[in-house]
Write a protein that binds this ligand. Structure first.
Ligand code: NAP
Ligand code: MG
Length: 471
C-alpha cells in the first residue's frame, strides 16, 4: 500500500498542514491500494504565496530560457514514461492501450507549447502603438481524474510558456499519478515556486484557489456544474478563466459513408477512455435507411472492443474510476430503458466474470429520441445512443440540439461534403473522417462546454494580458 503524505510547494516536497486522509481504491478490484493525506486551505495559501513570489522573476525570463525549461520538463517526464503509464492503469483503471496514448498526449503538451512559443511574438505593432503581451500572474489549475497528468502537462506547459506561475489542484483520486508526475517535474529543475501541487478536495483547496485575490486566472477542466461554481467564485476578484467542461458529442455518418470503416471508428470514439471522455462521441447519427446495417455492424464489431482487466494488452474498455461513477452509469442505463430506448447490446449490471471491479457492459441504445435525457446528458461511461435522421439538414439540426458543443465527428465518402457539414456544427472541434488530434489547433467548447480555448496561439494568449504603449 502506498502512502502519499507530501505536497509540492516552492520546489520541495513538504508535509501538508491538512490531515484528512483519503483512501485510494483500485477500480479493477475495489481493494485499497493506497492513501493520500489531503492538503487544506492553509496549504493552498502557502502554495499561492510561493507562486506569487516566483512570478516576480519568472515573468521576466526570456523566451529562450522558458523553451529550455519546457524541453527539460518534457525530457524528465519522458524518462519515466513506462512508470507513468503503469500507475495510470493501476490507480485510474485506464486500459494499457489508452494510457499509452494518453502518455503521448501528455508529452505532446510540452512539444506543442515549445512549437507555439518558438513562433510567438510577445510584442506586436498595432496602429502606432506597441502592444506587449505580458504574463497574467499566478494561475490556478484545477483538473479531474480522467487524464490527470495530461491535463497537468498541457496547462502547466502553457503557463510556463507564457511566463506565469502555477498552483495545481488535481483530483484526490489521482494522487499516485500526481506524485510520480511531481517527481518528474521536480527533476526538470525549474526555479522554486514556478509550479506547486496541492492535493485536496474541491470544496477546500479548489475553493481557496478560485477565490484567492492573488490568483489571476483559473484554468479548469471538469464538469459543467463545477465550472459554473468556479466562474461565480472567480468573478468576485475578476479572475480570467478558461473552462473546459462536459460534452455530448454527435457523430454524423452521412448517407454515403463507408460503414465498414465508420462503424468501428464510431465505437472507438464512443468508448474511448472507457467512455470517461469529455469528447466521447456518444450520439451516433445514422440515416434512417441505414439503421439496420449500422445495428448489425455494431453487433459484429463490438467483440473487437473487449471489456476487462485494463492491464491486458487487448482490453479496450476498462472499469469506471470509482464505485460512484459505476452507479451513475448504471443509473443512466436504467433511465434509457425507462425512457423507452431499445437495448442493442449491453444493459444493466457487470459483465460476466468482472463482478469485483467497476466494470460496465458497453451499452448501445437505438430508438433514441434526441430529446431523451440519455441523449442530452453527459453519462461519462460506455453508453452510446443511435439516433436516426431523414436528411442532411435534420442531421445538423439534431447534432446542434444540445447544451454542449465541445467536439463533433462527421464521416462521408466525400471529404468536401463532410467538411461542408462539419462547418455547420456548433462545436470547438469537428473531426472529419477519423480520430485525429492536432496539439497546435485550439481545443475548447461552444455553449456550455466551456469558455476559451487551450493549445496553440489561442491557448497561449489566454495566459497573457495585452498592454499598449502609446506614444
Ligand atoms: P468535477 O467534479 O467537475 O471536478 C473537477 C475538479 O474540480 C476536481 O479536482 C474537483 O475536486 C474540483 N472541484 C470540485 N468542486 C470544486 C469547487 N467548489 N471549487 C473548486 N474546485 C472544485 O469533475 P470530475 O467528476 O472530476 O470529472 C469529470 C468531468 O470532467 C466530466 O463532466 C467531463 O466532461 C469533464 N471533462 C472535461 C474535459 C474537457 O476538456 N472539456 C476533459 C475531461 C473531463 P475533487 O477532487 O474534490 O473532486
Ligand atoms: Mg468531483
Amino acid at each position: 500500500m502506498k502512502i502519499i503524505d507530501s505536497i509540492y510547494i516552492n520546489g520541495e516536497f513538504v508535509k501538508p498542514q491538512g490531515n484528512q486522509v483519503f483512501d485510494l481504491i483500485s477500480p479493477t478490484t475495489n481493494k485499497q491500494i493506497g492513501q493520500v493525506v489531503l492538503g487544506n486551505e492553509h496549504d493552498a495559501r502557502t502554495a499561492i504565496a510561493a507562486a506569487k513570489e516566483a512570478f516576480k522573476t519568472f515573468s521576466q525570463t526570456a523566451k529562450a530560457e522558458r523553451i529550455e525549461y519546457l524541453k527539460r520538463m518534457r525530457e524528465a517526464v519522458s524518462r519515466r514514461k513506462d512508470e507513468l503509464v503503469d500507475v495510470m492503469v493501476e490507480e485510474y483503471g485506464g486500459t494499457l492501450q489508452f494510457c499509452r496514448m494518453s502518455m503521448e498526449f501528455t508529452l505532446s503538451g510540452f512539444t506543442a507549447a515549445i512549437a507555439t512559443l518558438e513562433k510567438f511574438d510577445f510584442t506586436k505593432k498595432m496602429g502606432f502603438s506597441e502592444v506587449q503581451l505580458t504574463p497574467l500572474g499566478v494561475v490556478g489549475i484545477i483538473i479531474p481524474w480522467n487524464a490527470s497528468n495530461g491535463f497537468i502537462a498541457g496547462k502547466l506547459a502553457t503557463a510556463v510558456a507564457a511566463g506565469c506561475t502555477a498552483v495545481i489542484k488535481p483530483s484526490e483520486m489521482s494522487a499516485l499519478q500526481t506524485q510520480l508526475m511531481a517527481e518528474c517535474l521536480h527533476e526538470a529543475g525549474l526555479p522554486a515556486g514556478v509550479f506547486n501541487i496541492v492535493n485536496g478536495l474541491g470544496e477546500t483547496v479548489g475553493a481557496e484557489i478560485s477565490t484567492h485575490p492573488d490568483v489571476a486566472k483559473i484554468s479548469f477542466t471538469g464538469s459543467s456544474t463545477v465550472g459554473k461554481i468556479i466562474a461565480r467564485e472567480a468573478s468576485a476578484t475578476l479572475k480570467r478563466y478558461t473552462l473546459e467542461l462536459g460534452g455530448k458529442s454527435p457523430n454524423i455518418l452521412l448517407g454515403d459513408a463507408d460503414f465498414s470503416k465508420a462503424i468501428p471508428t464510431a465505437i472507438a470514439a464512443a468508448f474511448m477512455n472507457s467512455g470517461q471522455a469529455c469528447v466521447a462521441a456518444t450520439r451516433l447519427l445514422v440515416p434512417e435507411s441505414r439503421l439496420e446495417e449500422a445495428k448489425e455492424l455494431i453487433q459484429t464489431m463490438l467483440p473487437l472492443f473487449p471489456v476487462g482487466d485494463p492491464k491486458e494488452e487487448t482490453t479496450a474498455i476498462g472499469p469506471m474510476v470509482s464505485q460512484k461513477q459505476y452507479e451513475r452509469v448504471q443509473g443512466y442505463i436504467k433511465l434509457g430503458i425507462e425512457e423507452g430506448a431499445s437495448v442493442l447490446t449491453g444493459g444493466l449490471g457487470h459483465p460476466e466474470g468482472l463482478e469485483n471491479g467497476n466494470f460496465v457492459k458497453p451499452t448501445v441504445f437505438y430508438n433514441v429520441d434526441n430529446k431523451m435525457r440519455i441523449a442530452q446528458e453527459e453519462i461519462f461511461g460506455p453508453v452510446l445512443s443511435i439516433i436516426t435522421y431523414k436528411d442532411e439538414a435534420e442531421a445538423v439540426e439534431i447534432a446542434n440540439d444540445t447544451i454542449y458543443g465541445l467536439q463533433a465527428y462527421v464521416s462521408s465518402a466525400n471529404t468536401e461534403r463532410a467538411r461542408r457539414v462539419a462547418s455547420q456544427i456548433n462545436a470547438g472541434r469537428v473531426l472529419v473522417n477519423g480520430l485525429n488530434h492536432d496539439p497546435e489547433a485550439p481545443f475548447g467548447g461552444f455553449k456550455q462546454s466551456g469558455i476559451g480555448r487551450e493549445f496553440g496561439i489561442y491557448g497561449l494568449e489566454a495566459y497573457l494580458e495585452p498592454k499598449a504603449l502609446i506614444g
